[in-house]
Design a protein. Structure first.
Ligand code: DGT
Ligand code: MG
Length: 395
């Protein structure tokens, strides 16, 4: 029997929270991110704005040129979004005990045991969407399939407010027409190798013998891609899964040389990585900066901290100093991001309780501050407290 995995991803998350909280902004193009006239990027935008071709990581100046004058622009309120995220995760835990949060607006659930209690997959999916809507007034897109890969791809195909169920016997047909680049392990370096073989879709990948894939992608990735093309992928959901690293990165639609845009994007990545690390009780020592210059020149730089951390400011500070230490200034950047790894627990586990761990100097106050902020927000609401980083919207 295959498992039943559900992936849920909120629609236009930051923008939807803003429209929910400001009814007069509903139905209008809305951008969350930098303000017009400033440097910076679109963090996300409402579906009304996406119709004009605007999307995450687009420089704000470019978005302004495309969008009509009635567009609303707001600065992100990270603390408010983090609170909504917490509420949504709480709702998901009422559906299934096996919930794995993977980003601020995304989680996997193992719902294998629910069919006899709740009904067929479509009913489970509809129930998840209804509960989220009832609890926080937001729409989510849900995908259900036999493993993580299929569930994730399924949640994306009918966004926004989508519900897509892919039963095991339909996995082959579901995958066949998709571009092969959606498979895990296919990167900017490996994609051209398969393209040269005339491969466009996952169906095309399935025509290739395993040996060919191993030759072109390496043994490990070759096997992985071979299996994924046949719909075989990880079906384990583990709320406390020991992760090798937690990271976020942004690929810019156009190369960016403005250091302020790069800085802001790294700050966002640090906030998301820090928030996920604290939620999942990870403290890491190694901060890694990842950067890609046009077209495919990718570099990573790592720094080992004296003290393990999950603090946004410490993560950002380490990554930004790694950036500043290199002679990269002014070069057009295609991708930037950061990650944390090198978990502090020696048992390979990461079950650190931030409230019991008296972290030593030099940055325990950051760790404690972040943990305390999270705890206060969880208990009393996000707007109870905000850090300087999260500038409020003008409206
Ligand atoms: P969706 O899921 O396509 O309906 O739209 P979103 O906005 O929910 O996009 P998603 O799920 O990829 O990301 C969740 C939130 O994370 C999004 O609302 C804003 C933030 N975010 C995503 N990408 C970026 C980025 O490149 N820069 C910044 N600053 N924030 C981002
Ligand atoms: Mg989303």
């Amino acid at each position: 029997m295959s498992r039943l995995i559900l992936h849920v991803d909120l629609d236009a998350f930051y923008a939807s929270v803003e429209q929910r909280d400001h009814p007069e902004w509903r139905g209008r193009p809305l951008v969350v991110g930098a303000e017009p006239g400033q440097r910076g990027v679109v963090a996300t935008c409402s579906y009304e704005a996406r119709r004009f071709g605007v999307h995450s990581a687009m420089p704000i100046a470019q978005a302004v040129r495309r969008l009509p004058p009635e567009t609303i622009y707001v600065r992100p309120s990270m603390a408010r979004y983090a609170k909504v995220s917490q509420q949504v995760m709480g709702v998901l835990e009422t559906v299934s005990p096996v919930v794995e949060r993977v980003s601020i607006d995304e989680a996997y659930l193992d719902v294998s045991g629910l069919t006899s209690l709740v009904g067929p997959p479509a009913i489970i999916g509809a129930q998840v969407k209804a509960r989220i809507r009832q609890a926080v007034g937001l729409t989510a897109s849900v995908g259900i399939g036999p493993n993580r890969l299929i569930a994730k791809l399924a949640s994306d195909v009918q966004k926004p407010d989508g519900l897509t169920v892919v039963p095991p016997e339909q996995v082959g047909d579901f995958l066949a027409p998709m571009p092969f680049t959606v498979l895990r392990g296919i990167g900017v370096k490996t994609a051209p190798r398969l393209e040269r073989l005339g491969v466009k879709t996952i169906g095309d990948v399935r025509q290739l013998p395993l040996e060919t894939l191993r030759q072109h992608l390496g043994a490990r990735t070759g096997i992985q891609v071979y299996q994924q093309a046949r719909g075989l992928a990880d079906d384990r959901i583990d709320p406390a899964r020991p992760r090798q690293s937690i990271s976020r990165e942004t690929t810019f639609p156009e190369d960016v040389s403005d250091p302020r845009i790069l800085e802001e994007t790294l700050r966002w990545a640090a906030q998301e990585v820090g928030s996920i690390a604290r939620q999942t009780r990870h403290l890491g020592r190694v901060v890694t900066l990842k950067i890609r210059f046009h077209p495919f020149e990718t570099h990573t730089r790592s720094r080992t901290l004296k003290v393990p951390t999950a603090d946004d400011a410490a993560l950002f500070g380490a990554a930004w100093s790694l950036f500043a230490a290199e002679p990269w200034s002014g070069r057009p950047v295609r991708l930037i991001g950061l990650g944390i790894s090198g978990w502090s627990a020696t048992d390979g586990g990461v079950q650190m309780d931030l409230f019991e761990t008296a972290a030593p100097e030099p940055c325990p106050e950051h760790d404690r501050l972040a943990a305390t902020l999270d705890a206060i927000r969880n208990r009393f609401g996000a707007d109870a407290i905000q850090r300087g980083l999260s500038r409020r919207s003008p409206g």
